[in-house]
Design a binder for this molecule. Structure first.
Ligand code: GLV
Length: 319
């Protein structure tokens, strides 16, 4: 069996896989799309990273491909419908992603609310030589406030527990309402999307990117939000119309944002760099040693379990 990794990664998590099969890793950098395109025809399994596009063109050049094992919970980088239609299975890595992403969402929420990064920037700029009045740099506290979670999957649920522990009320909107037992256990309440916008002091986006979720947070959504609302996105950038967000942040339509993902991939709109009421991180939701290692192990489990049928794996069953 021949396995192709598109990305550079430390190898601890891949020991079992490398022992069993012929695994090709790039050396010192990720493979480019064109390199993968040229190699793919002789491989049985492709392991891409969440930012590597697996499109029709690539799939058509891979007659022997049986599995695409994504290094991510999200799989919007893959044309899943086309892969499944061609009889190619798709796998993802949901479990190791939950805690680090929920933790980062909470971190961005507190940072944006208490203006941590903004104050850090200010202190550095003045090298500490400044008088700070007790009424300056006022933030807002999360305790006692309402968090609205858009997308109540595993990460949304993990965030709801953290928010409840911080004394927040939690409401949510999801494609499907959860069973009442689960809502009671998590102490969260289902609301319509309009009510989520209207009632939330903080909104966290934790839904996957699909054609239906493209730009759900647009000009209309921002104007329905509270003027002191803070938006957090650790999911995928294009759920937010970033031009409309810049306008809303500049014109006090909402108060602040914490963004780990951007509409145009790795490139936040330049206007965002000029705004103090936004905290930016470069897609670091799973950027911890533990998460990287556990995601690698999850990829291996998916590949080995798929080929050997000796363990449970996480298969994506629909686009
Ligand atoms: C990261 O963005 C993931 O989808 O796991």
């Amino acid at each position: 069996m021949k396995i192709l990794m598109t990305y550079e990664m430390f190898r601890e998590g891949y020991a079992e896989l490398e022992k069993m099969y012929d695994v090709t890793f790039p050396d010192g950098r990720d493979f480019t799309y064109d390199e993968v395109y040229d190699m793919i025809s002789s491989f049985d399994v492709l392991c891409p990273m969440f930012n590597f596009p697996v499109d029709k063109n690539l799939i058509d050049n891979a007659p022997g491909l049986r599995l695409i094992a994504n290094y991510a919970v999200g799989y919007n980088n893959i044309d899943v419908a086309y892969a499944l239609q061609k009889g190619i299975s798709v796998a993802n890595t949901p479990d190791p992603v939950i805690a680090p992403t929920a933790n980062l969402a909470l971190g961005l929420m507190i940072d944006a609310a208490r203006r941590i990064t903004e104050c850090d920037r200010m202190l550095r700029k003045h090298k500490g030589n400044m008088k700070v009045g007790v009424l300056e740099n006022l933030g807002t506290q999360i305790t006692g406030k309402t968090l609205g979670i858009f997308g109540m999957g595993r990460i949304g649920k993990a965030l709801s527990k953290r928010a409840r522990a911080c004394g927040m009320e939690v409401i949510y909107h999801n494609r499907r309402q959860m069973h009442v037992e689960e809502e009671t256990k998590l102490n969260v309440m289902y609301v319509t999307f309009d009510e989520l916008l209207k009632q939330s002091d903080f909104i966290s986006i934790n839904a996957p990117y699909t054609p239906e979720t493209h730009h759900v947070f647009d000009e209309k959504a921002f104007s329905a939000m509270k003027s002191h609302a803070i938006l957090i996105n650790t999911s995928r950038g294009p759920l937010v119309d970033e031009h409309a967000l810049v306008y809303a942040l500049k014109n006090n339509i909402i108060r602040a944002a914490g963004l780990d993902v951007f509409e145009f991939g790795d490139h936040p709109l330049p206007e965002l760099f000029e705004l103090d009421n936004v905290v930016l991180t470069p897609h670091i939701g799973t950027q911890t040693y533990t998460a990287r290692y556990e995601m690698a192990k999850a990829v291996c489990n998916n590949v080995i379990g798929f080929l050997e049928k000796d363990r449970n794996i996480s298969l994506v069953t629909h686009p």
